[in-house]
Design a protein. Structure first.
Length: 148
Protein backbone atom coordinates (compact mmCIF):
# COMPACT_ATOMS: atom_id res chain seq x y z
CA UNK A 1 0.00 0.00 0.00
CA UNK A 2 1.49 3.34 -0.94
CA UNK A 3 1.76 6.39 1.27
CA UNK A 4 -1.30 8.19 -0.11
CA UNK A 5 -3.64 5.17 0.07
CA UNK A 6 -2.63 4.23 3.60
CA UNK A 7 -3.21 7.80 4.78
CA UNK A 8 -6.75 7.81 3.37
CA UNK A 9 -7.74 5.00 5.69
CA UNK A 10 -6.35 6.77 8.79
CA UNK A 11 -8.35 9.22 10.83
CA UNK A 12 -6.37 12.18 12.03
CA UNK A 13 -7.84 14.86 14.27
CA UNK A 14 -6.45 18.35 14.60
CA UNK A 15 -4.32 18.66 17.69
CA UNK A 16 -4.41 21.64 20.00
CA UNK A 17 -1.55 22.89 22.16
CA UNK A 18 -1.16 25.67 24.69
CA UNK A 19 -0.32 28.92 22.91
CA UNK A 20 2.83 29.14 25.06
CA UNK A 21 4.13 25.98 23.33
CA UNK A 22 4.10 27.55 19.87
CA UNK A 23 7.69 28.35 18.83
CA UNK A 24 8.69 31.93 18.23
CA UNK A 25 6.16 33.51 20.58
CA UNK A 26 7.73 35.61 23.29
CA UNK A 27 5.91 36.42 26.53
CA UNK A 28 4.57 39.70 25.12
CA UNK A 29 3.08 38.00 22.05
CA UNK A 30 1.56 35.29 24.24
CA UNK A 31 -0.02 37.94 26.46
CA UNK A 32 -1.46 39.75 23.42
CA UNK A 33 -3.07 36.53 22.16
CA UNK A 34 -4.33 35.55 25.60
CA UNK A 35 -5.95 38.99 25.93
CA UNK A 36 -7.83 38.24 22.68
CA UNK A 37 -9.10 34.97 24.17
CA UNK A 38 -6.69 32.84 22.16
CA UNK A 39 -5.05 30.36 24.48
CA UNK A 40 -4.54 27.33 22.19
CA UNK A 41 -2.98 26.74 18.80
CA UNK A 42 -6.28 25.40 17.47
CA UNK A 43 -8.07 28.61 18.49
CA UNK A 44 -5.34 30.63 16.78
CA UNK A 45 -5.69 28.58 13.60
CA UNK A 46 -9.48 28.89 13.63
CA UNK A 47 -9.33 32.66 14.16
CA UNK A 48 -6.76 33.19 11.40
CA UNK A 49 -8.21 30.95 8.68
CA UNK A 50 -8.63 33.77 6.17
CA UNK A 51 -6.48 36.69 5.10
CA UNK A 52 -9.15 39.06 6.39
CA UNK A 53 -9.12 37.39 9.82
CA UNK A 54 -5.31 37.58 9.97
CA UNK A 55 -5.37 41.24 8.97
CA UNK A 56 -8.04 42.01 11.58
CA UNK A 57 -6.11 40.23 14.34
CA UNK A 58 -2.92 42.11 13.42
CA UNK A 59 -4.89 45.36 13.56
CA UNK A 60 -6.46 44.42 16.91
CA UNK A 61 -3.04 43.53 18.34
CA UNK A 62 -1.41 46.58 16.71
CA UNK A 63 1.39 44.49 15.23
CA UNK A 64 2.72 43.90 11.72
CA UNK A 65 0.64 41.33 9.79
CA UNK A 66 3.74 39.25 9.03
CA UNK A 67 3.83 38.13 12.67
CA UNK A 68 0.22 36.98 12.61
CA UNK A 69 0.78 35.22 9.28
CA UNK A 70 3.74 33.34 10.73
CA UNK A 71 1.85 32.39 13.89
CA UNK A 72 -1.11 31.22 11.80
CA UNK A 73 1.13 29.01 9.65
CA UNK A 74 2.80 27.54 12.74
CA UNK A 75 -0.58 26.88 14.37
CA UNK A 76 -1.83 25.23 11.18
CA UNK A 77 1.20 22.91 10.96
CA UNK A 78 1.01 22.12 14.67
CA UNK A 79 -2.43 20.58 14.10
CA UNK A 80 -0.65 17.49 12.73
CA UNK A 81 -0.26 15.05 15.65
CA UNK A 82 3.19 13.88 14.57
CA UNK A 83 4.42 17.46 14.00
CA UNK A 84 2.92 19.40 16.90
CA UNK A 85 4.82 22.35 18.31
CA UNK A 86 8.06 20.37 18.22
CA UNK A 87 8.49 20.38 14.43
CA UNK A 88 6.12 23.04 13.06
CA UNK A 89 8.87 25.67 13.10
CA UNK A 90 11.29 23.36 11.31
CA UNK A 91 8.76 22.71 8.55
CA UNK A 92 7.93 26.39 8.16
CA UNK A 93 11.58 27.38 7.97
CA UNK A 94 12.11 24.63 5.39
CA UNK A 95 9.51 26.36 3.22
CA UNK A 96 6.49 24.20 4.02
CA UNK A 97 3.66 26.46 5.16
CA UNK A 98 0.62 24.19 5.55
CA UNK A 99 -0.56 20.61 5.92
CA UNK A 100 -2.08 20.86 2.41
CA UNK A 101 1.34 21.74 0.95
CA UNK A 102 3.03 18.96 2.93
CA UNK A 103 0.42 16.44 1.73
CA UNK A 104 1.39 17.16 -1.88
CA UNK A 105 5.11 16.60 -1.38
CA UNK A 106 7.16 13.44 -1.70
CA UNK A 107 9.07 11.95 1.20
CA UNK A 108 12.38 12.54 -0.55
CA UNK A 109 11.52 16.16 -1.30
CA UNK A 110 10.52 17.00 2.28
CA UNK A 111 13.45 15.17 3.84
CA UNK A 112 15.92 16.86 1.45
CA UNK A 113 14.55 20.34 2.24
CA UNK A 114 14.84 19.72 5.97
CA UNK A 115 18.30 18.21 5.67
CA UNK A 116 19.46 21.18 3.58
CA UNK A 117 18.11 23.57 6.25
CA UNK A 118 19.76 21.66 9.11
CA UNK A 119 23.13 21.66 7.37
CA UNK A 120 22.90 25.33 6.32
CA UNK A 121 21.75 26.62 9.70
CA UNK A 122 23.27 24.20 12.20
CA UNK A 123 25.97 22.47 10.15
CA UNK A 124 24.64 19.16 11.53
CA UNK A 125 23.05 16.41 9.47
CA UNK A 126 22.49 14.26 12.56
CA UNK A 127 19.75 16.56 13.87
CA UNK A 128 17.56 15.94 10.83
CA UNK A 129 14.41 13.95 11.69
CA UNK A 130 14.37 10.38 10.43
CA UNK A 131 12.75 9.34 7.17
CA UNK A 132 10.13 7.46 9.20
CA UNK A 133 9.24 10.60 11.16
CA UNK A 134 8.92 12.63 7.95
CA UNK A 135 6.83 9.83 6.40
CA UNK A 136 4.44 10.07 9.37
CA UNK A 137 4.17 13.85 8.97
CA UNK A 138 3.17 13.41 5.34
CA UNK A 139 0.67 10.66 6.17
CA UNK A 140 -0.90 12.83 8.87
CA UNK A 141 -1.03 15.78 6.45
CA UNK A 142 -2.75 13.68 3.79
CA UNK A 143 -5.27 12.30 6.27
CA UNK A 144 -6.01 15.72 7.79
CA UNK A 145 -6.32 17.34 4.36
CA UNK A 146 -8.67 14.57 3.14
CA UNK A 147 -10.79 14.91 6.30
CA UNK A 148 -11.30 18.65 5.75
Amino acid sequence: MNQRNSAKSMRVRSQSWAIADLPGLDAEAQALLLNQGIDTTLQLWQQTATAAQRSQLASDLQIHPQYVNKWAALANLSRLPSVGCQYCGLLLHAGIASPAQLAQMSLAQVHQQILRLQVAELRRKDLCPSLEAVRQWIQDAIALTNAS
